[in-house]
Ligand binder design. Structure first.
Ligand SMILES: *Cc1c(COP(=O)(O)O)cnc(C)c1O
Length: 399
């Protein structure tokens, strides 16, 4: 379909074979088979067949996948139970014992754990590089490199990876490239338009958009998605019928939500920077973002994600002020996750907790005074006054 707003509403309509305008929830584990055994064999073996047995596929999941493939400009897509199911299954469809992956030094915490604690146990080597340094990608490549894995903007510090550079590097060396596009959403960024081969998402975030489901998506070529589907069939990570339906419903308003979120987040970031009491404000849309030119080259909008670093004489004071801010905010909820209609704020150093060493947190740029904000669609005036009243309590003497 030509325009994404229309695709969000109508792509994959043919998977709804009923007369209902809104697709029904196919709350079933299995489907009546044809008496004719040759069509039964087809249903039992065709990739993503939507009406055979739930682990193989589901009509709503097929409809969602059609929308996302269209949005991400790939041939096909597969919907899975969580973002981590999508990421792990997508990677396991590429690498095996003896292979090598080039990844970034900062990733979503679950992805970082998958590399560090899981893949390394299966004889897969990973080199972690600074994603803002193109040369580092080039130098990390080995003869057995099978995948370059990127995430941009990165979690939580919003570092930007040069998608065109990585895609070309992959193509020149016969290496597949995969991008986690969760933070940007397909409204703000289309990695495949720059030559990236595969896109993964935590659909729990912007795609679902209402903090009421977990889901993941892998987008890529038809042949590759078939391989991912074969892995998911044995790993058992299919998305439940109800969550699939919620995701389809959430997607209808994706463009509207993300545009409002972009607008709110930019206004909040600009207000915080001007206010001056926060030590550092990081937002992809600010003129002060260190990779401003690259941001504008590959992103159409700047997302709802921003990071603030509290000031303090030392780490301890910055940490204490971060904790105070969390306590004083009334509209922003202190909760993990992001990308919903409600504004959330988290303390990444605590969220990473004991899963990661202090050294790893440092490399990923996670200081004790750092807070990550996911801006929602509340009125911007209420968001700003909430932050202002909280800052007024922490810095009573500053004007
Ligand atoms: C949340 C998130 C994931 C993991 O998704 P789940 O749905 O929680 O499994 C992966 N990548 C990024 C960037 C995320 O924010």
């Amino acid at each position: 379909m030509s325009k994404l707003e229309t695709s969000l509403i109508h792509q994959g309509d043919h998977f709804n074979t009923t007369k209902s305008v809104v697709s029904p929830i196919y709350q079933t584990s299995t489907y009546f088979a044809d008496a004719d055994l040759s069509s039964y064999i087809h249903a039992a073996t065709a990739p993503k067949y939507p009406e055979f047995y739930h682990r193989h596929g589901n009509p709503t999941s097929s409809q969602v996948a059609a929308i996302l493939a269209d949005l991400e400009k790939t041939e096909d897509a597969l919907v899975l139970a969580t973002g981590m199911a999508a990421i792990s299954t997508a990677i396991l469809a590429i690498v095996q014992h003896g292979d090598h992956i080039v990844a970034q030094q900062s990733h979503y915490s679950g992805t970082a754990l998958f590399f560090k604690d899981f893949l390394s146990q299966y004889g897969i080597e990973i080199t972690y590089i600074n994603q803002t340094d193109n040369d580092a990608f080039k130098q990390a490549i080995r003869p057995n490199t099978k995948l370059i894995y990127v995430e941009t903007p990165s979690n939580p510090n919003l570092d930007i990876t040069d998608l065109t550079f990585v895609a070309q590097l992959g193509k020149q060396n016969g290496i597949l490239t995969m991008a986690d596009n969760t933070f940007a959403s397909p409204i703000n960024q289309t990695p495949c338009a720059f030559g990236i081969d595969i896109v993964v998402h935590s659909a729990t975030k912007y795609l679902g958009g209402h903090s009421d489901l977990t889901a993941g998506v892998v987008c890529g070529s038809r042949a590759y998605i078939e391989r991912v589907w074969q892995r998911s069939l044995v790993l058992g990570s299919s998305l439940s019928p109800f969550d699939s339906w919620l995701l389809l419903r959430g997607l209808k308003t994706l463009a509207l939500r993300v545009r409002q979120i972009n607008e709110n987040a930019l206004a909040l970031a600009q207000w915080l920077e001007k206010d001056g009491r926060i030590k550092k404000v990081t937002y992809a849309g600010l003129d002060t973002h260190p990779q401003k030119t690259l941001v504008r080259k590959q992103m159409r909008g700047f997302t709802g994600m921003l990071c603030i670093e509290m000031s303090g004489a030392d780490e301890k004071e910055a940490y204490s002020r971060a904790q105070q801010l969390l306590g004083h905010l009334q509209v922003f909820a202190n909760a993990a996750s992001l990308g919903g209609v409600e504004s959330l704020i988290v303390h990444p150093a605590s969220m990473w907790g004991s899963h990661h060493s202090e050294e790893q947190k440092k490399t990923a740029g996670i200081s004790k005074g750092l807070l990550r904000i996911s801006v929602g669609i509340e009125h911007i005036d209420d968001l700003i006054s909430d932050v202002k009243q909280a800052l007024d309590k922490i810095y009573p003497l500053s004007l």
